[in-house]
Structure formats: structure tokens, C-alpha cells
Design a binder for this molecule. Structure first.
Ligand code: MG
Length: 399
């Protein structure tokens, strides 16, 4: 039988939906004991405000929340929740009869199951449930109290009720009558709606407008619950004050989250694909630049082989000298010389080197031919000279 006075934030419900919530309970500035109890176990939320004095109220409220926590449905079934509250009533009566707590001890209880967009409430006494919808705060439950009766009868205003000497008199509670039944509520809520459960220690200290302002302003449910309790204490803290704030996040929210996840996956896939294309382009470009080659004329007029491409690409130079040959460009055929002087592109360094070999062979053949022609010419010149000499001898007169 745990007294829940902890701070909680987010928890996954048994149905899979995620509900954000916060809670806070405080003894206040006047009372010596905190007789309020609460349960925060999504989708179940319960506030109970015990009464009876000498710690008996605390016993009653703890029995109430413990029994309801044990018996409450995991889904939004108002009747089943009501049965849990009725069972809690019998447990309190039986506890008092068996000497636990005190006879006559009792408690209020406001129990809610918030399952996605469905909210059910079982309520006895003057602890309240409110709903903030589109910025408007509405009291969902009707107090079982003298003040509520007098307000409905037009005898006093809600403002007058807050300061009325009989403001704490309640007309229905758990622990008195074994046949007590709770009021049941079934409400459809929307994503973004905010549920507030509280004991009278909150709304007796703060007006509904003040509560609504905090509910609108403080988006985090836990901070909202803390701010509300601190506000009640700052306003006097005459009573124990307990607050639970839970945000409705139903099927539409789940769909939006799934859509968001799908969108993220799609964006991630496209980014991955782009990264792959860019990597492939870089790899392909790098491979191409590494393999491609060209022949060009050096400043001294020789044929040279380069790896890469002439000039620059996007401001970068991808060119590396592989070999400067001893082949003068001007010795090559006019067409080859012209192409080399304009940086002749070839598909690979090997192809460039093969071309160089062919140029060299061609040049050697040319040189051999020129030498042969020169030799032949020299031979012809020598022969002609010999003939001329023989002719001169034949022409010489006898003495
Ligand atoms: Mg109270």
C-alpha cells in the first residue's frame, strides 16, 4: 500500500500509447499530515482526499488508491472502474471495523482511465477532474458537497463558496455507506487535451482562471503539476494539495508519429542514396583521373607522357608527369606533332607509352632511311668523282 507522492514523467501504457503526465502532492502550509493519496499508473490516475483525523484519513485514502490500483481496468471501461471504487469503499469500511484506522474514516476519490482518446472517470466526494480543451478549462466532475448543492440551488456563488465556513462539508464519501456508488463519466478527448485531477486543496486556494492559466502556460506536465501545487501553497496552502496532470495522446497522435517516422526513414533513405551516388561519382572520377593520360610537348620541345587530364577540373589540377622522352615533337609527322602540341588525350598511361614507342620506332626508321639515302647519295657522289677522274686521264695527250 504505497503512498504515491513521487514525481513522474512519461510511461508507456499497457496499450502501447504513450501518455505524458506529472504529479505532485504536498502537505501544505497548515496541516500536520498529508491525508491525500494518489496513483499514477497509466492509463490509471487516481486522487483521494482522506478525512477522519489522527492519521485515519491517510489510512482511508491509501486503502482507496490501493484497491482501485489493484482492480481498475486497463482500458476505458467506466463501469469496471466504478466497481473498483465500490470495492474500495467496502475495503475502507471493513478496515475500520477490523481496527485499522478509525471508525468513521473516509475519503473522496476521483479515478480516471485515459486510454488514447477515451476518458472514463469514477468519482465520489469533492476531488475534481478538469479538462483543458482548446485552451478552455472545464470542470468534468460534479462535487458531492454542500457547496455544490447550494451553488446549484442559486443560494451562493462559486466565489462565495470558496470562503464559506461549510466549504469542506461533503455529501458523499467512501467509508460511510456500503451502498455508496460513484458518479461515472465517459468522455471523448482529443490529442492535445490535458486532464487535471486534484484534491480540494488546489481549487480552494486557486481560482479556476488561475488554474487554467498555468495549465495553458506550462507545457511539461510534471512542471505544470509542480507549478499548480506551489501556487496553492503560495496562496495559503490551507489544505493538503494533490495534482495529477496527464496529456491525451491518442490514435491521431500515434498516426502522426508513425507518419513522422516514415518520413524520417524516407528522408534517411534518400540521403543515403545521394551519399552513395556522390561516393560512386567521387570513386569513379578518381579512378578515371588516375587511369587516363595525355601526351604533350615540354618546354624543350620533347614528347612527354602525363597521367590525368590537361588543365584543371573545378579549379583543381589532376596531372602528373610520367615520362619526358628524347623524342623531338618537330621530328614527328605533322599530324602527330599537331595533336601532341594540343595535348593528345588517350585512355591510359600504357596507351600513351605505346604511342611513344611507336613514335620512337617511326623516328628511328625515318633516321635509318635518311641515313641510307645519305649513304646512297654519298656513294653516288664518290662514283661520279671516280668517273670524272678516269675521264681526265683518258683525255691527257701523249708526249
Ligand atoms: Mg482536502
Amino acid at each position: 500500500m504505497a503512498k504515491h507522492s513521487s514525481y513522474r514523467s512519461t510511461e508507456r501504457t499497457r496499450k502501447g500509447a504513450v501518455t505524458k503526465f506529472g504529479s505532485r502532492t504536498d502537505v501544505g502550509s497548515v496541516r500536520e499530515q498529508n491525508e491525500d493519496s494518489l496513483v499514477v499508473r497509466p492509463p490509471l490516475f487516481v486522487v483521494a482526499d482522506g478525512m477522519g483525523g489522527h492519521a485515519a484519513g491517510e489510512v482511508a485514502s491509501e486503502i482507496a488508491v490501493s484497491t482501485i490500483e489493484e482492480l481498475a481496468p486497463d482500458f476505458a471501461d467506466a463501469e469496471a472502474l466504478g466497481h473498483a471504487v465500490e470495492e474500495a469503499n467496502r475495503d475502507i469500511i471493513n478496515a475500520a471495523l477490523s481496527g485499522e484506522g478509525r471508525e468513521g474514516m473516509g475519503t473522496t476519490v476521483t479515478a480516471a482511465v485515459l486510454e488514447r482518446n477515451h476518458l472514463v472517470i469514477a468519482q465520489v466526494g469533492d476531488s475534481r477532474a478538469y479538462l483543458l480543451h482548446n485552451g478552455e478549462l472545464t470542470q468534468l466532475t460534479r462535487d458531492h458537497s454542500l457547496m455544490a448543492n447550494m451553488i446549484e440551488a442559486g443560494q451562493i456563488t462559486p466565489e462565495e463558496a470558496r470562503f464559506h465556513p461549510s466549504r469542506s462539508v461533503i455529501t458523499r464519501a467512501l467509508g460511510n455507506d456500503p451502498d455508496t456508488v460513484p458518479d461515472l463519466y465517459e468522455i471523448n478527448v482529443e490529442d492535445g487535451d490535458r486532464l487535471l485531477l486534484c484534491s480540494d486543496g488546489l481549487y480552494s486556494m486557486l481560482e479556476d482562471d488561475e488554474i487554467a492559466a498555468v495549465m495553458r502556460r506550462v507545457s511539461d506536465p510534471q512542471k505544470c503539476a509542480t507549478t499548480l501545487v506551489n501556487g496553492a501553497i503560495a496562496a495559503g496552502g490551507h489544505d493538503n494539495v494533490t495534482v495529477i496532470v496527464a496529456d491525451a495522446e491518442g490514435t491521431a497522435h500515434q498516426k502522426r508519429k508513425r507518419m513522422a517516422i516514415r518520413t524520417k526513414i524516407t528522408i534517411g533513405f534518400v540521403l543515403l542514396l545521394l551519399a552513395g551516388i556522390i561516393a560512386a561519382a567521387i570513386w569513379g572520377g578518381s579512378t578515371y583521373l588516375h587511369n587516363t593520360a595525355y601526351l604533350a610537348e615540354t618546354e624543350s620541345g620533347m614528347v612527354a607522357v602525363y597521367r590525368g587530364v590537361p588543365g584543371d577540373v573545378l579549379g583543381f589540377t589532376y596531372s602528373e608527369l610520367v615520362e619526358e622522352t628524347d623524342i623531338p615533337v618537330k621530328k614527328l609527322s605533322p599530324s602527330a606533332a599537331e595533336r601532341i602540341s594540343e595535348n593528345m588525350r588517350v585512355s591510359s598511361v600504357d596507351e600513351a607509352l605505346e604511342l611513344v614507342d611507336s613514335y620512337r620506332a617511326e623516328l628511328e626508321a625515318q633516321q635509318a632511311k635518311e641515313k641510307a639515302e645519305a649513304d646512297a647519295k654519298a656513294a653516288r657522289s664518290a662514283a661520279a668523282a671516280e668517273e670524272d677522274e678516269a675521264y681526265e686521264e683518258d683525255e691527257e695527250p701523249a708526249e
